[in-house]
Design a protein. Structure first.
Length: 275
């Protein structure tokens, strides 16, 4: 049997187990995928403990994507971003499949030449920024802590057009952006339920993508729909980054439709009131 998991803090919101277990069943792979809540001070023990126990791979989510990059060899986009969301424990190699997930989420959007605002300079924000740069966009990155945002831009501008804009002056960008990406936990189940940007920024025909997938319809997605924006749900990124991780671990391309159905059903069930 193969063992896989996702580590984060908190982790109760994750629907990755449902998604990956469904994919393994469809592919007839003898394996199991579990979610593990890991306290920050136990991160190193958790990663090497999983390897010692014979796990094949781990996914990594908030808040560990950058810290775990210090524990493994970095490959591809992970080396560029110094952020990891997928580990092959057999080789202790870290990957960033979030970039792939973002690109797949924008598969029916013409990004080339557009201006994108990315909110958040953590692992998800850096992945979204790099993905959009590689698709041909100019990216304006903002972050609550300015020093962290500036540091991220200095790293990312070597790959394309990327500039920093102060978070408290985001309102100045009204009418100047084509794409908006929320790459913060704002709106996530258990986190602050508000908008990550002033509502007046949302203009008709903008593309708004929220990397938060639980709940599926975040406050940002709701307001964007009201404003006449095209919206992209976070579950798309979840599915596609998961599919790429699955392929890294098993050398099998999973059935993405099965993963999507399992993820959506798990999200629906998480909002059914307990009797």
């Amino acid at each position: 049997m193969m063992y896989f998991g996702v580590i984060g803090y908190p982790i109760k919101h994750s629907v990755s187990p449902a998604m990956h277990n469904a994919a393994m069943k469809k592919a007839r792979i003898d394996g199991i995928y579990l979610a593990f809540e890991v306290k920050p001070e136990m991160l190193r023990d958790a990663v090497f403990g999983a390897k010692a126990l014979g796990f094949t791979g781990l996914n990594v989510t908030i808040p560990f994507k950058e810290e775990v990059a210090k524990l493994v060899k970095l490959e591809g986009h992970a080396a560029k971003l110094k952020a990891v969301n997928t580990i092959d424990l057999r080789k202790m190699v870290g990957y960033n499949t979030d970039v792939y997930g973002v690109k797949a989420s924008f598969s029916d959007v013409d990004v080339d030449g557009k201006v994108a605002l990315v909110i958040g300079a953590g692992g998800a924000g850096k992945a979204a920024t790099l993905a959009l740069i590689e698709l041909g966009a100019t990216v304006v990155l903002t972050n609550r802590t300015e020093s962290r945002g500036v540091e991220a831009v200095e790293m990312l501008r070597r790959y394309g057009n990327c500039i920093f804009h102060p978070y408290d002056r985001v309102g100045e960008l009204k009418g100047k952006i084509d794409i908006l990406v929320n790459a913060t936990p704002i709106g996530m189940k258990g986190f602050t339920q508000k908008l990550p940007v002033p509502p007046e920024i949302l203009q008709p025909d903008m593309v708004v993508f929220d990397t938060v997938y639980n709940p599926p319809e975040t406050p940002l997605i709701r307001e964007a729909k009201k404003a006449g924006c095209k919206v992209i749900y976070g579950v798309e990124m979840l599915i596609h980054q998961g599919a790429k991780a699955f392929e890294i671990w098993t050398d099998v391309k999973p059935d993405v439709s099965v993963m999507r159905e399992a993820a959506i059903n798990a999200l629906k069930n998480s909002f059914i009131p307990k009797a």
